[in-house]
Design a binder for this molecule. Structure first.
Ligand code: ATP
Ligand code: MG
Length: 232
């Protein structure tokens, strides 16, 4: 059973009285342990697809099976619950709470998941140490570099032990050397812990760290191929 399965997904947005179709029938299957990079020009539908994959938005039509469950039939609360247990997110702008320590930022998803204070603290610390931030546990975002902030965000994304990590342009705000460091962390999570990774990027150099590349064009997947010269 695939981890993620999109079947003939269409998505329209209402603009005034008009409805404009943005996704024209996306079919996509992702198995456990894959590392997928979504590429394509601006406006081609990458983020729209990612938002549907992440249960942050619903398709207009089509079916989405996440870990075997038909999520198109779930209500808001059920969606939030399956999202929390199945998917971690990393964003381009890090999305950390300001004036809040790295440790507290990473504890947050576990607070929503109802995990007790001691266990939250233990697991947040462990995730930050895995990201090489043992010296920065009590630093606030403004006291961290961009790369360090993104590592805190990745720690937050994996701390609920979700099988999937999704990221929309996670290196978009980073220089190329820091981008490579962040991509090696994603690779490590994929290789060593079997976390399935799906990310969006504009950069061929970033996509080359993945195992599989999708090329979006005008709301469709034009190409779906393995990465031949993978970067490490
Ligand atoms: N909420 C919305 N309402 C109306 N149109 C939208 C909405 N969200 C996205 N769109 C439109 O859908 C199209 C695809 O947007 P999307 O954000 O998926 O592109 P993208 O491939 O992620 O582009 P980029 O590389 O610039 O991030 C765009 O033309 C955009 O204007
Ligand atoms: Mg986008």
């Amino acid at each position: 059973m695939p981890l993620v399965e999109l079947k003939d997904i269409h998505k329209s947005f209402k603009l005034g009285s008009e409805s404009i179709e943005i996704l024209h029938g996306i079919d996509l299957t992702v198995d456990r342990g894959e590392f997928v990079a979504m590429m394509g020009p601006s406006g081609s539908g990458k983020s729209t697809t990612m938002n549907i994959l992440g249960c942050l938005d619903k398709p207009t039509s089509g079916q989405y099976f996440l870990d075997g469950k038909d999520v198109s039939k779930l209500n808001r609360d059920q969606l939030a619950a399956i999202r929390n247990s199945t998917i971690g997110f990393v964003f381009q702008g890090f999305n950390l709470l300001q004036r809040t320590s790295a440790l507290e930022n990473v504890e947050l998803p576990m607070l929503y998941a109802g995990i007790g204070a001691k266990e939250r603290h233990r697991r947040a610390k462990e995730a930050l140490v895995r990201m090489g931030l043992e010296e920065r546990l009590n630093h606030e975002p403004s006291q961290l570099s961009g790369g360090q902030q993104q590592r805190v965000a990745i720690a937050r994304g994996i701390v609920n032990r979700a099988p999937i990590l999704m990221a929309d342009e996670p290196t978009g705000n980073l220089d190329s050397k820091t981008s490579d460091e962040i991509m090696r962390l994603f690779q490590k999570l994929n290789d060593e812990e079997g976390i399935t990774i799906i990310l969006v990027t504009h950069e061929p150099d970033v996509a080359a760290f993945a195992k599989r590349q999708l090329l979006f064009r005008d709301g469709l997947i034009l190409e779906d191929k393995p990465v031949e010269k993978r970067r490490f």
